[in-house]
Design a binder for this molecule. Structure first.
Ligand code: HEM
Length: 392
């Protein structure tokens, strides 16, 4: 096992993969964004795991002429978020380990019963009402409320937390306006996080408890604890809602797939990851080379930008034969959660949420109101989007 910290230079293997990718067209120069767009699986994986390529932090340019109080608030929010973005920084790995610990497969078994109970209650409520929408009333609420429970966000602050993650989603646009909104919403959360850190954590708030314990024994300082909570509240909801929503819509729309899963619920482990591989929640992020990349006929200097994404490599036919086919039996080593030292710390939680939501849907399906499933519902729209022609 190579020591990730030992050598930060670009390895010969990565340089060769980039060279081969350029020759084969799976790494192309995109003039519009001034970056090399990487679409091959091997090269994407190699770049993600080589510590010489790091994710480019969002810019810090706010719009000019802001009232001082607004500028100060937005800067404070951005600074708290940026603490996490340290690149080769040991601080990042230290904070990351504290965030990841409660989200490993074994610790998650403790939260499983609560998540199962919520999924069932939401579907039972839909059945009792006789109408509703599988995404709005089931999967969105299931993911959002479950995650905010793990965070320990009090009920009266959940609307603010939800707005915060929605505004930070727009961070990705990298415009001064989106940065301003994101910074201000994160600043608005800081006093809420401060109070949460100082009060006893509610039962089940495993993310908050981990932050409090690390703060108490000096593994992180207060700014780092704020950063940890701040990053997680924005990372843990939106993309998981998309992933869980998509899986549930697919299962609701596809009776064969539902029957396949219902015959042996153990099949869900692979099936849900296949849904993640093909899903819409893929990332596209700029990575910057910290060292020169020496190729056979040229050198890409340090500072060269690579646009990585998971959509293309997840459909690389060399890695996934017949890539557009939903194959519930394959073991997809997809890149949806990234790879390497920055790999998503929420991936086990997402897997658990997907399995629980799928099981709950399969169990409740025969009782669900027809209006939630028909052509005129989100299930019908999704079926049309993926080219299914289900017979309801
Ligand atoms: C379908 C849902 C999700 C997707 C697609 C997703 C995807 C990703 C990706 C692509 C990365 C960057 C990996 C890299 O740069 O190599 C990432 C990082 C991260 N994710 Fe997720 N994620 C999801 C859910 C979650 C959840 C539920 C959490 C809950 C805590 C979470 C927390 C994080 C954090 C904190 C990082 C930063 C890791 C670091 O910088 O070390 N994510 N995620």
């Amino acid at each position: 096992m190579p020591d990730a910290d030992a050598d930060h230079g670009v390895s010969g293997t990565v340089a060769r993969l980039i060279d081969a990718g350029i020759a084969a067209g799976s790494i192309c120069w995109e003039p519009a964004v001034q970056m090399w767009r990487v679409s091959g699986y091997e090269a994407s994986r190699a770049l993600l795991t080589d510590r010489c390529f790091v994710s480019l932090a969002p810019g810090r340019e706010l719009p000019p002429g802001l009232p001082p109080a607004i500028e100060a608030a937005a800067r404070r929010g951005i600074e708290v978020q940026a603490r996490w973005m340290g690149t080769r920084d040991d601080a990042h790995l230290r904070i990351r380990a504290i965030g990841a610990a409660p989200l490993g497969p074994r610790p998650l078994t403790r939260i499983e019963p609560g998540f199962r109970a919520r999924a069932k209650a939401l579907l039972d409520a839909l059945v009792a009402r006789g109408e509703g929408d599988l995404v709005a009333d089931f999967t969105d609420a299931f993911v959002r409320e479950g995650f905010l429970d793990l965070m320990g966000v009090p009920a009266r602050h959940r609307v603010t937390a939800d707005r915060c993650r929605l505004d930070v989603d727009s961070y990705a646009r990298h415009t001064p306006g989106s940065l301003l909104r994101a910074g201000m919403m994160q600043a608005a959360m800081i006093p809420i996080f401060e109070a949460m850190l100082d009060a006893p954590a509610p039962e089940g708030a495993v993310i908050l408890k981990a932050a409090q314990a690390a703060l108490a024994d000096g593994r992180i300082d207060r700014e780092e604890a704020l950063s940890l909570l701040s990053v997680q509240v924005v990372a843990g909801i939106s993309s998981s809602q998309t992933a869980v929503g998509e899986l549930v819509l697919r299962l609701a729309a596809d009776s064969e797939l539902r029957a396949f899963a219902a015959a042996d619920l153990g099949r869900l482990d692979r099936l849900v990851e296949e849904s993640v591989r093909l899903g819409e929640h893929h990332f596209a992020r700029p990575y910057i080379a910290l060292d020169d990349v020496v190729l056979s006929d040229r050198t890409l200097p340090a500072g060269t930008l690579f646009l990585l994404n998971s959509y293309d490599p997840n459909r690389d036919p060399g890695q996934f034969p017949d890539p557009e086919r939903f194959d519930s039996g394959r073991q997809p080593q997809h890149l949806t959660f990234g790879a390497g030292v920055r790999r998503c710390i929420g991936r086990h939680l997402v897997h658990l949420e997907l399995v629980i939501a799928a099981e709950a849907l399969i169990e409740a399906f025969p009782r669900l109101p027809r209006a939630c499933l028909g052509l005129d519902s989100s299930v019908g729209a999704y079926a049309r989007a993926i080219g299914l022609n289900p017979a309801w």
